[in-house]
Design a protein around this ligand. Structure first.
Ligand code: B4P
Length: 190
């Protein structure tokens, strides 16, 4: 069983690459961003809460996000492995995930990061914002806030996984196929 964390700045291509990797490696894809957006669309209590943070480009509080992720894992007891996309995003989430997997006799196999320059990513998100309808993609100030959240709260996770010898980085700039090949080269060696 392999459990992979797909890591990267907002717009680095986590969701895009997850679509290919989940098929190739038969993994259950869990995107916390997608789950929040599904709840917003269906106007659930969780969605209403998440929306107040996401629309500003802030992270949703750990307590809510961790509980939601654990419940999604529990919905897939026969999974051959998980692809965590956009989770963990804070040290508290990473520690909770390790503890949760350990309680099931499992662990994170590797964290694979997509690296890219902020300015290229901001342009990608603004481009997506023209058609996605996502409020967090349409305003450069909100997008910059997402990068600030990333730098303050998410970037320290690199050291967390490096200390466990589980951190691998690939260049996230290039065609979608090229990036998939780079990620696959890392995963094939695990
Ligand atoms: P997410 O939904 O996780 O996503 P993202 O950061 O917007 O982007 P991703 O990296 O998946 O990029 P994508 O493939 O779509 O987060 C949104 C929000 O949800 C967060 O800001 C936060 O508020 C909340 N949230 C989620 N998880 C949370 C957590 N764990 N804790 C707290 N809050 C949480 O690609 C982006 C664009 O680039 C697309 O338009 C794509 O077509 C394009 N693209 C991709 N690859 C490309 C390539 N190689 N070349 C050119 N363009 C490319």
């Amino acid at each position: 069983m392999i459990n992979i964390v797909l890591f990267g700045k907002p717009g680095a291509g986590k969701g895009t690459q997850a679509e290919f990797l989940k098929e190739k490696y038969n993994l259950t894809h869990l995107s916390t961003g997608d789950i929040f957006r599904y709840n917003i669309k269906n106007d659930t209590a969780l969605g209403q809460l998440a929306k107040t943070y996401m629309d500003k480009g802030d992270l949703v509080p750990d307590e809510v996000t961790i509980k939601m992720l654990e419940s999604e894992v529990d919905k897939n007891p026969h999974s051959a492995g998980f692809l965590f996309d956009g989770f963990p995003r804070t040290l508290a989430q990473a520690a909770a995930l390790d503890k949760f997997l350990e309680s099931k006799g499992q662990k994170i196999t590797a964290t694979v990061a997509l690296e890219a320059d902020d300015n290229i990513l901001v342009a990608r998100l603004l481009e997506r914002g023209k058609t996605s309808g996502r409020p967090d993609d349409q305003d450069e100030e909100k997008i910059r806030n997402r990068y600030q959240e990333y730098n303050e709260k998410t970037a320290p996770l690199m050291h967390y996984y490096e200390a466990q010898n589980k951190f691998h980085a690939v260049n996230g700039i290039g065609s979608i196929e090229e990036v998939t090949q780079r990620l696959s080269a890392v995963i094939d060696k695990l």
